[in-house]
Design a protein around this ligand. Structure first.
Ligand code: HEC
Length: 180
């Protein structure tokens, strides 16, 4: 091929690649995650964690599509959206959480905060290796579902350092490995 032709061909390839990147519209950050308006009706609560040190209960939900598609030993499905919604625990006169007949904390009504992680093909591009959690993004929401402006840096750090081999998830990964 004549040199001028190959230069032109390369320019066309680069231009097309530029268009492809522009079309995905992805820029890293918590803004990629939106809280689905119907999550409380539609999502599956697969775990509830009593957190004694913070005197809260973490109600953990996943979208039904990912719940059905997840397989042991496999990365979690594209489109997995996990919502960890916290409530306060009801406290006794001594300030300690009251327990129900199963020994579990008793939730006070109303969410106090939500931590969310979502995984989509093409996400994570633009984070360095010290931060990137595969294709996951993290976001925080207030109890009323509005976006919180608090930092998500620690989310990336802790999940990367502790759970890189479990697709950056904690109890949803464990749940999938052991469910019948
Ligand atoms: C210091 C470590 C640490 C930090 C920081 C952290 N997490 Fe986690 N995360 C955990 C642990 C441990 C669990 C398992 C549930 C539990 O024990 O509370 C978890 C569970 C979750 C879950 C439920 C999914 C699953 O598979 O367990 C979501 C969603 C989540 N974290 C999102 C976040 C978000 C969003 C942030 C930042 C605002 C964050 N996490 C910060 C340690 C951390």
């Amino acid at each position: 091929m004549q040199p001028i032709r190959s230069v032109l061909a390369a320019a066309v390839v680069l231009a097309l690649a530029g268009v492809a990147i522009a079309q995905t519209g992805y820029t890293p950050g918590p803004h990629n995650i939106t809280l689905p308006s119907d999550w409380q009706q539609r999502f599956i609560r697969y775990a509830t964690v009593d957190n004694a040190s913070r005197k809260i209960i973490r109600h953990i939900y996943v979208n039904p599509e990912a719940f059905a598609a997840a397989r042991p030993g496999q990365p979690l499905p594209d489109g997995t959206l996990i919502i960890m919604a916290d409530t306060r625990a009801r406290l006794g006169a001594d300030g300690a959480p009251l327990l129900d007949q199963q020994g579990r904390f008793i939730p006070e009504p109303g969410w106090i905060a939500m931590g969310v992680q979502e995984k989509r093909a093409g996400w994570g591009v633009g984070y360095g290796p010290e931060k990137r959690n595969g294709e996951w993004e993290y976001a925080r929401f207030n109890g009323d579902g509005t976006r919180s402006t608090a930092s998500v840096e620690a989310c990336f750090t802790c999940h990367l350092q502790t759970r890189a081999r479990e697709d950056f998830a904690f109890n949803f990964w464990d749940y999938v490995q052991t469910r019948k």
